[in-house]
Ligand binder design. Structure first.
Ligand code: BTN
Length: 296
């Protein structure tokens, strides 16, 4: 196989197990596992050529007894979904990945689980692509002022106990901006569009799974470490924001996250308030640069 372009030098596959790397789209379980240094997360791994959504496929696998840490990747999704029931464009060249966890934590840990997942994704993207990633609460990956990825956490509860969590990331990596729906092109980006380079998806997946494994320990044992890591990547800190919660809008200055993963808002009306859910909108301030950005 002839290889060319920014990924020249990556090993060619004799068995045709995954498509050529030279368009940045290829990923196989073998390629991820060859590079993966984890104990449990991602050790059971399935890569599908196409799925409606890796969350749906993971739910099926969960029912069939998938082990803790099992991971599922689709090369493309036909009905990818995001937070708040939005659709998520998932063409070839992105990293569309769900991890199945059976954590048996109290439900109060779910907020931090989302943060730990976003932090792991940000670290992996930064390590493998060199693109500086910031995080916009609750779990958007930002490259500059544009969204390059997101996190979705779905849980199955038994009372207050998290019997299962389906933890997903979607990262726009090796495809052009034109492959995203027109309505998000003004606020989203891809690593390729931002850096001009293609990056091997198997390496990115492996770095994410490794970092997530470490982050999961911190959810229960060291929330403060996650809080500190978040602070280093917080795209909202110190900015005037509006948060819409249950039809009401609160305005204040974003002041980081607490040890449960809630966003902290300094408001003139209520003082410092912690919010577990909500939609954040950046408020354009007099004399400050920057567009009005809606967190999705
Ligand atoms: C968001 O920012 O709204 C979250 C986006 C999450 C997208 C990922 S891609 C893998 C997994 N499968 C889906 O259908 N959604 C998540």
């Amino acid at each position: 196989m002839t290889e060319f372009g920014p990924l020249a030098g990556m090993p060619a596959q004799e068995d045709g197990a995954y498509p050529p790397y030279n368009d940045g789209s290829g990923i196989s379980a073998a390629a991820v596992l060859a590079d993966l240094q984890t104990h449990e997360i991602g050790r059971a791994l399935r890569v599908l050529e196409e799925s409606t959504s890796t969350v749906d496929a993971a739910r099926e696998w969960l029912k069939q007894g998938a082990p803790n840490g099992a991971a599922l990747i689709a090369q493309r999704q036909t009905q990818g979904r995001g937070r708040l029931g939005r659709s998520w464009a998932s063409p070839l060249g992105g990293l569309w990945l769900t991890v199945i966890l059976r954590p048996h934590w109290d439900v109060a840990a779910v907020g931090l689980l989302g943060l730990a997942t976003a932090l792991a994704a940000a670290e992996a993207v930064e390590k493998e692509t060199g693109a500086r990633i910031q995080l916009r609460w609750p779990n958007d990956l930002m490259l500059g002022a544009r969204k390059v990825g997101g996190v979705l956490v779905e849980t199955e509860l038994e009372g207050r106990i998290v019997a299962a969590a389906l933890v997903s990331i979607g990262v726009n990596v090796n495809f052009a901006l034109g492959e995203l729906p027109e309505e998000v092109r003004g606020s989203a980006t891809t690593v390729l569009a931002a850096t001009g380079n293609l990056h091997p998806l198997p390496r990115l997946a492996a770095r994410f799974l490794e970092t997530l494994e470490g982050g999961l320990g911190a959810v229960t044992d060291d929330p403060q470490a996650l809080q500190t890591l978040w602070r280093g990547r917080d795209a909202l800190r110190g900015k005037q924001v509006c948060v819409e919660v249950a039809g009401k809008v609160l305005r204040g200055r974003a002041a980081g996250v607490d040890r449960q993963g809630r966003v902290l808002l300094a408001t003139s009306l209520l003082g410092r308030t912690a919010l577990a859910t909500g939609e954040v909108t950046l408020v354009r301030e007099e004399g400050r640069e920057g567009p009005q950005v809606r967190a999705e």
